[in-house]
Design a binder for this molecule. Sequence first.
Ligand code: NAD
Ligand code: UDP
Ligand code: UDP
Length: 336
Amino acid sequence: MDEKGNTLIKAKPRPGVKGINRVLVTGGAGFVGSHLIDYLMARGDHVMCLDNFFTGSKENIQHHIGKPNFEVIRHDVVEPILLECDQVYHLACPASPVHYKFNPVKTIKTNVIGTLNMLGLAKRVKARFLLTSTSEVYGDPLQHPQTEEYWGNVNPIGERSCYDEGKRCAETLAFDYYREHGLEIRVARIFNTYGPRMALDDGRVVSNFVKQAIEGTPMTIYGDGTQTRSFQYVSDLVKGLVALMDGDHTGPVNIGNPGEFTMKELADKVREVVNPDATTVYKENTADDPGRRKPDITKAKELLGWEPVVPLAEGLQKMVGDFRRRLGKDEDEDGP
Ligand code: NAD
Ligand code: UDP
Ligand code: UDP
């Protein structure tokens, strides 16, 4: 068990590496990447964190800086790079709609050229490669819940397309490297994930609501608030990613929590957990917002022996302390 109470899944030593697993985590200074690195460091892997710090921060990984089995590489995956490793977790890409729409051409370059470079690297050093794809490949889904067999309903020319189509192309590239070059690939389709270290200016719904409830400003519900999402706590995701990487299946595999909530229900939960006086305000929704989202996780359960265990109220509780601290609203400062 590590300090967060996770049961650690030991990676199989790879041939010729004398039991030390050298892992490259692209996007390692981001929200998910930094939690993944905590897990890999705790089980004794040698971790290289590669990041251009667009949405990630040094604060997320600073507790590892100086350790002999940890390195930080400031680099943009759109440029080629030569590194040696046994596994590549490829996370580099902004995940929040606010961030990925900020510079859409760069988002496409990151997903397509960046993924191509990391696949080329994995091919050269014969590393296993895991792509963090997304439930956004299902677009505004016409099938509910979404299984991995569903091909999706994605607008190719909309504001979200740089991310959705970028990730779809990244999946295609991964499977072409698998078919053409025999590369060992793993593809995870991640559903909405939340937790400590989400950027405060992230713009995603959970971080927005929690921040607003702490600050006592109204929680901004976009549209009529009846659209749904399924929210997964980050420690569940990390365990799912590691199980996929160290297991025997390429995927794609949905990694998400099937609990489905409308945005109005999410606001109610945040009110219960964070601040009973929190209010809401309705704002215009963004273009092409998917109406419903819920993973079918049969495959993950059967193939990986994985399923999420943290319910929404518990996960929200776990992230509130971190948000309060970073917002300068620690409980003792607020207290009587
Ligand atoms: P994040 O924005 O917190 O982290 C992304 C990291 O990638 C940041 O540290 C950023 O600086 C880095 N990065 C971005 N572009 C880069 C580039 N060109 N070169 C090098 N580094 C770059 O996002 P996250 O929530 O941690 O998401 C991580 C991965 O998981 C992403 O690939 C995302 O698409 C995927 N994902 C996340 C979710 C979620 O709900 N969090 C859902 C589906 C998929
Ligand atoms: N690449 C990289 N690091 C490596 C190996 C490759 O960044 O260690 C890049 C390389 O520059 C190329 C991409 O990955 O742009 C794809 O490489 P691959 O060898 O598959 O294709 P090729 O170079 O033959 O087009
Ligand atoms: N949303 C909201 N208020 C906010 C931010 C987002 O109601 O402050 C809605 C958004 O319109 C979408 C859902 O919450 O329907 C999830 O948005 P998010 O950006 O978190 O992730 P997405 O699933 O769209 O990538």
